[in-house]
Design a binder for this molecule. Structure first.
Ligand code: FMN
Length: 222
């Protein structure tokens, strides 16, 4: 698979089969992703790849919390500015319409949206996940490094025939994840990621993108 194909076939997949992901494949992907760039090569990511009993335990504990009506953990970082301005606000609501519209959930049915979102904490059925932490003391450029790293992981997963869904949702259950993984003090859970083979029976539309000229300005040329 060439890079263009990996980029264009990567999507946030939200339905996986139970087919296990071989440990050797995960190891190969994470070893190659370590070549992602980072400012001054500080490699600010700290990643846990989780399968089997520990992942089942995380899912079970998350489910118990949800069933008990236990409130989410306050994420340790601001996921979006409280007043998202244009054009981001419109893009975000278009995404919500599409995501929940595809499930037949109307905009005003917040409870149904919440129920659908709770699949996040079952990793959408995926048998593998990763949890990417970053040191609390690091700044915006290092968070950006972590993003490049995670995209590198996702593209490599495509080349192995796998799909993924990056999930900030896990930041809302960071205590539950920490109970099982016991990360060292001083780390913030930035993002989880579900990893597995796509359940192709789950149909949903592909997300769109803003027209190129809205986000890119070409300067120069002939
Ligand atoms: C950092 C990050 C966090 C995300 N968190 C979630 C999440 O918690 N749950 C989810 O279902 N999708 C999540 N997504 C997926 C986005 O919704 C998705 O990438 C976006 O809508 C574009 O769709 P596509 O990836 O299918 O092209 C996240 C994506 C990124 C990059």
């Amino acid at each position: 698979m060439d890079v263009y194909e990996a980029v264009t076939t990567r999507r946030a997949v939200r339905g996986f089969t139970e087919r296990p992901v071989p440990e050797a494949t995960l190891e190969r992907v994470l070893a190659a992703a370590a070549w992602a760039p980072s400012g001054s090569n500080i490699q600010p990511w700290r990643t846990y790849v989780v399968t089997g009993a520990p992942l089942a335990e995380i899912k079970k504990r998350a489910d118990q919390r949800l069933s008990a009506g236990d409130p989410w953990d306050e994420p340790e970082y601001e996921q979006y500015p409280p007043a998202l301005k244009s054009p981001y606000r419109e893009r975000r609501s278009a995404f919500g319409e599409q995501r929940y519209g595809a499930l037949g959930i109307p905009r005003e049915d917040l409870e149904a949206r919440q129920r659908a979102a709770s699949a996040n904490w079952q990793c959408f059925g995926a048998p593998a996940a990763l949890f990417c932490y970053i040191d609390r003391d690091l700044g915006r450029p290092q968070w950006s490094d972590a993003g490049m790293y995670l995209q590198t992981v996702m593209l490599l997963l495509r080349s192995e025939g796998l799909h993924s869904c990056p999930q900030m949702a896990w930041a809302k259950f960071h205590r539950t994840v920490a109970e099982v993984l016991s990360p060292p003090d001083g780390l913030v859970l930035f993002c989880g990621m579900s990893i597995g083979y796509e359940d192709v029976s789950a149909h949903y539309p592909r997300t769109g993108r803003a027209p190129l000229r809205e986000t890119v300005t070409f300067v120069g040329g002939r």
